[in-house]
Structures are given as structure tokens and as C-alpha cells.
Design a protein around this ligand. Structure first.
Ligand code: LMR
Length: 396
């Protein structure tokens, strides 16, 4: 029976991890998969996370199931962090949190929820978007459509985006990146979010906001501007959240599906469906990551420590963006790559072509996604000149 099964290529992003590990060049640089790296190239366990884990070893009483919605304390803290502690949406009891195995798990819950409860609705994705969005939503059987996001000159194409949103059939789902757009790093201004809100409201669209990088752009509250604008001005919103990046707990698979409904009655209806969706997929989410997050939020000291370290990570990335453009100036390339300093989050759509990316890899052992997406956090003071020399070599 297995004989006709074809071998398929592995995931393009995750495959880079293996290719990088197998490269023996001591100067190799990993700008591929989206994990934060410090100046030494290490993805550290955050100090607050370590302290919380130490506490958990002593305090954890059981490993029994935590239920399909996960840890209620975790859900409460996530809702407050995403929507703001004083959110009118929370005061009206309109928001429900279902803990998920990572942000990807939350996306799959959203996809299954749309497929089963909103049949016939297409989902509209930015072009480009995180490649796995295509995988997750099509695996759930949804019809995928796209709206433009960058133009041919590698700039945010907001006019194109808005025009396309205006033409989406009423009631369809539109996926928006809350901040730190993956893969491009181009984010919307406050005015542009306002215009998106107007179109979404006029067309009666359901926004699904992917919020995987809160705190990596301009700050925890600053990065939530668009999410909160939509949540406070629309009846219904879905948010998929992740703690992978901002707590650095990638492998603990810690995320959340958030549904905002017109009123608490509708919210409970939706919530009841989500418990079934979770149950049918994986029954209960893993508990260690959510316990870490809840332990941190329960301690003012650990919360302060976490916020400080997150601020350091954000500051390092934003500084690297400036340093990168400056280091390209001697090559006469600072104008060509000036957008890198304006983009936000872990990623930059550099504008390098697939051919450039292949040359960077083959000649210089520098790894990035074929689309030209680079993980800025993979740069460091030590490798910056090496990377910039290599870029100058391949683009000339
Ligand atoms: C990325 O885009 O590199 C990250 O979100 C990791 C992943 O799972 O693709």
C-alpha cells in the first residue's frame, strides 16, 4: 500500500536548520528560521523563564490534564496582554481564550473552526505571507485567496492591499499580521490600521489577526495597536497568539486562540465549539509553557525581569537593522537596503532574489529563505561585515 507514496521535499524554512548544521564552514551564518539569537548566536532561555521553571520544579503538584481550553490563568494573562488589562472587550466578557500548542496550533484551531462553523467562507492572505499559513489553512480544507502586500520595488503596497480588501466578498475571512509581518517586516501605521478597520467593517469581513511577535516591534502595547483597534470596534474578531518568540519558549508549544464575539452569550457558544475542535485535534494542550507564563505573570519581579529582557531583544534587533544599513554604506548599498532599518520584528524582506540567496549559501555559507527573507537577529557585530561583504559580492 505504501509503494505508490511519493517523497516530497521538506519544509523550506525548517529544512534550513539541517542544511546549516551540516555546513562545516566556520564562518557560516544562519539568517533562516525565525528564532531570536543573541550576540553569541545563541537562542537563550530567558532569565525570567529559567527562574519560573526552577519555581515550577518545586511547586508543581500534578501532571494531570489541564482541559481542552488549557490553563484558565494563562488564558486570563494572555487576554490582558493582547487586549490590554483595561479593555472594554474584557469588561463586557466578550473574549474567550483557548490555549493551543503554539501559534501554529491556534491557527489550526482557527482554520478548523472556520471550516466547520463558517462553511463556504474563503480566507484572504497577504501576498506574501508566512508559507505555513498556506499549509495550515489548506490542510483544513479552506479556500485560499490573496491580497497584495509588497510591490515590485519591495515596498509596502498599502494602496493595493486596501483596494483588494474592498473587493473581498462580504463575510469572508481576512488574515492580518498584527505586527512584525512575517516574512516582510513591513507593518501598518496607525492611520493605515484605521483604514483597514473601516473597510473590514464596511464589508462585514471577519478579521483573523495573527499575533506571533508581540513585543518584538516597538513594545508590548505599541505592537497591539491594530489588534486592539479591531477588537474594540468590531463585533467579531479571531486572534491567534504565540508565546514562542516573546517568551523564547519555542519548543514548549505555547499559544492561544482568542475569539471575540458580539456578546458573552455568543462568546460561550463559540467557546463550546473550540473545546470540541481542540479535543478532536489533540485533546489537551501541553502544560509546561503555559505554567511558565502564568508563573511569570503571577510575580511582579519576574514580570519586570521578562519585560526588561524582551526590551533588550527588541533593542538589539532594531539596532542591528541600523548597523546593517550602515555597514552597507562603504559598498554603496545603503540606499538600496534602507528599508531594512524601517522594517520591524525578526524578519526583513531584503529584496535579494532567489539567485542571490543561492549564491550567498553556496559561496559564503549564509543561509536565508529563498524569498530573500532574512532573520535580522542572526546578525551580530562579529558577522556583520562578513555578511555585508558577501551581499556586495552577490549583488554586483
Ligand atoms: C519562521 O517563520 O521562521 C518561524 O515562524 C518558524 C517557523 O515555524 O516557520
Amino acid at each position: 500500500m505504501f509503494e505508490p507514496i511519493e517523497r516530497v521535499p521538506g519544509d523550506a524554512i525548517l529544512g534550513l536548520i539541517e542544511a546549516f548544521n551540516n555546513d562545516s564552514n566556520p564562518d557560516k551564518v544562519d539568517l533562516g528560521v525565525g528564532v531570536y539569537r543573541d550576540e553569541q548566536g545563541i537562542t537563550p532561555v530567558m532569565r525570567a523563564v529559567k527562574a519560573a521553571e526552577q519555581q515550577l520544579i518545586d511547586d508543581e503538584k500534578t501532571k494531570a490534564y489541564i482541559g481542552s481550553h488549557g490553563d484558565p490563568e494563562y488564558g486570563h494573562f494572555v487576554l490582558e496582554t493582547v487586549l490590554g488589562a483595561n479593555s472594554p472587550v474584557l469588561a463586557a466578557n466578550r473574549a474567550s481564550a483557548t490555549q493551543s500548542p503554539g501559534g501554529t496550533g491556534a491557527l489550526r484551531l482557527a482554520a478548523d473552526f472556520i471550516a466547520s462553523q463558517l462553511p463556504g467562507k474563503s480566507i484572504w492572505l497577504s501576498d506574501p505571507t508566512w508559507p505555513n499559513h498556506l499549509g495550515v489553512f489548506s490542510a483544513a480544507g479552506l479556500n485560499l485567496e490573496k491580497y497584495p502586500y509588497v510591490d515590485a520595488d519591495n515596498r509596502l503596497d498599502f494602496d493595493g492591499m486596501l483596494a483588494a480588501l474592498k473587493a473581498i466578498p462580504e463575510g469572508d475571512v481576512v488574515l492580518l499580521h498584527a505586527c512584525c509581518h512575517n516574512p516582510t517586516g513591513f507593518d501598518l501605521s496607525h492611520e493605515q490600521w484605521q483604514q483597514v478597520l473601516d473597510v473590514v467593517r464596511d464589508r462585514g469581513l471577519l478579521p483573523l489577526v495573527d499575533f506571533a511577535y508581540q513585543g518584538f516591534g516597538d513594545g508590548l502595547d505599541e505592537d497591539a495597536f491594530g489588534v486592539r483597534l479591531l477588537a474594540e470596534n468590531l463585533d467579531e474578531v479571531i486572534i491567534t497568539q504565540s508565546c514562542s518568540k516573546n517568551f523564547g519558549i519555542y519548543r514548549e508549544r505555547t499559544g492561544c486562540f482568542i475569539a471575540i464575539a458580539r456578546n458573552s452569550e455568543d462568546m460561550e457558544d463559540v467557546r463550546s465549539q473550540l473545546a470540541i475542535t481542540a479535543r478532536e485535534n489533540y485533546s489537551n494542550p501541553p502544560a509546561h509553557g503555559s505554567a511558565i507564563v502564568a508563573t511569570i505573570f503571577n510575580s511582579p519581579e519576574l514580570t519586570a525581569m521578562w519585560r526588561e529582557e524582551l526590551g533588550e531583544m527588541r533593542g538589539r534587533i532594531n539596532q542591528l537593522r541600523q548597523d546593517f544599513v550602515a555597514a552597507l554604506a562603504p559598498h554603496g548599498l545603503d540606499q538600496r537596503f534602507a528599508h531594512v532599518a524601517e522594517q520591524r520584528g525578526m524578519f526583513s524582506y531584503t529584496g535579494l532574489t532567489a539567485d542571490h540567496v543561492a549564491q550567498l549559501r553556496d559561496k559564503h555559507s549564509i543561509y536565508m529563505v529563498k524569498s530573500g527573507r532574512a532573520n535580522v537577529a542572526g546578525l551580530s557585530k562579529d558577522n556583520l561585515d562578513y555578511v555585508c561583504n558577501a551581499i556586495a559580492d552577490v549583488v554586483k
